[in-house]
Design a protein around this ligand. Structure first.
Ligand code: FES
Ligand code: FE2
Length: 368
């Protein structure tokens, strides 16, 4: 039991809005669904099954020969922005087989992100993408890493994000120390916008900040409220709020950041991680008072990310071996990640229990 979970009934982040310029095809796999996406002339992003309905040629290998007219690279079938086949070059009479259309996937664009629902379309209204207003809000300085492929089940990253007792030893000397691992953990659980969530709250007082955090946020010894929330299978939101020691709650002295981690599964052994850092606009770093703290974060935090990716890849490799009596031990700070694992497994089991979406009509479409 462990990192072998794949939830399809979820809104996943396909990318930042700016990664979708108009009329540019993009192919990507989310939750084992090969997709072709593009931003239409009218503005919205559309997503379809990547496989041409003729002979499975990936459509992102084709081209848009006119605005919103997608030509398959193999035999030239053309599709419009609704996924309908509108041209078959080898049919001089212009006949379009009625089943010649692409399966659409629901897309929502909000908070500077493009979200795709990869599960049963009939369930897409059961949940909304979690709100992350800070990403597109000019009151925040924002930067992001872009997509980072990780050869591991996304649950391993989720567990990593919820359990910061790994800051020692994995991130010792940059964002971590052993004191961090000893901060008591409170849990918060519920459902928001149709998404079950689990969060951790760590409150520290007179805590000496590790070097990276002191540089980003300025203060050396702080009162600190640190929360990590798995908001949905797609995203974990981290909020750091600090005050000079003894000044907890003083709004004039508060500093901090919000990190949004998106973890988009590719399959059961791979996911795409994006880190989006948000700091109050104008916040400068300590080592260079002229430099926005967000810029300093982007210069130095890749070290931390590399440490996490190193661990996740090594963990995943161990799943190649049969359990053979092996059992994980859960420690006190692991309660949230254990609950996260249960939530994802419950979501996956609920999908398995539901009837398969319109398989019969797909079978009927095989003959043109
Ligand atoms: S595979 Fe696309 S046109 Fe034949
Ligand atoms: Fe980490």
């Amino acid at each position: 039991m462990g990192a072998d979970v794949l939830v399809r009934n979820a809104w996943y982040v396909a990318g930042m809005s700016r990664e979708f310029p108009p009329q540019q095809l993009r192919g990507q796999v989310i939750a084992e669904k090969p997709l072709v996406l593009w931003r239409t002339a009218a503005g919205p992003v559309v997503a379809f099954d990547e496989r041409c309905c003729h002979k499975r040629m990936p459509l992102s290998a084709g081209r848009l020969i006119e605005p919103d007219l997608l030509e398959c690279a193999y035999h030239g079938l053309c599709y419009d922005a609704a996924g309908q086949c509108v041209r078959v070059p080898s049919h001089p009479d212009g006949r379009i087989p009625p089943q010649a259309r692409l399966r659409p996937f629901p897309v929502v664009e909000q908070d500077g992100l493009v979200w795709v629902w990869t599960g049963d379309p009939a369930e897409a209204r059961s949940a909304s993408p979690p709100r992350l207003p800070e990403i597109a809000d000019p009151a925040w300085d924002t930067a992001d890493t872009g997509p980072m492929p990780v050869p591991a089940n996304s649950l391993l990253l989720i567990e990593n994000l919820l359990d910061i007792s790994h800051f020692y030893p994995l991130h010792d000397g940059n964002i971590g120390d052993v004191e961090n691992s000893r901060i008591p953990v409170e849990l918060d659980e519920g459902v928001r916008d149709g998404n079950p969530y689990i969060g951790t709250i760590r409150k520290a007082r007179s805590y000496r900040q590790p070097p990276f955090l002191e540089d980003y946020l300025g203060y050396e010894v702080v009162d600190r409220d640190h929360t990590h929330y798995l908001l949905s299978p797609a995203v974990t939101r981290v909020q750091m709020r600090i005050w000079p020691a003894g000044g907890h709650g003083d709004s004039g002295a508060e500093r901090g950041y919000i990190i949004v981690h998106t973890h988009t599964p590719v399959d059961r052994r791979n996911h795409v991680w994006r880190l989006i850092i948000n700091m109050p606009a104008g916040q400068k770093c300590k080592s260079d008072p002229a430099k926005p703290a967000v810029d300093r974060f982007m210069e130095t935090f890749p070290t931390v990310i590399a440490e996490d990716r190193w661990a996740l890849e090594k963990q995943q490799a161990m799943f190649d071996y049969p359990d053979d009596g092996y059992r994980e031990v859960f420690l006190r700070p692991d309660r949230a990640l254990r609950r996260a694992r249960e939530i994802l497994m419950e979501l996956e089991q609920a999908e398995r229990a539901a009837p398969a979406p319109s398989e019969a009509s797909e079978a009927a479409s095989k003959v043109a």
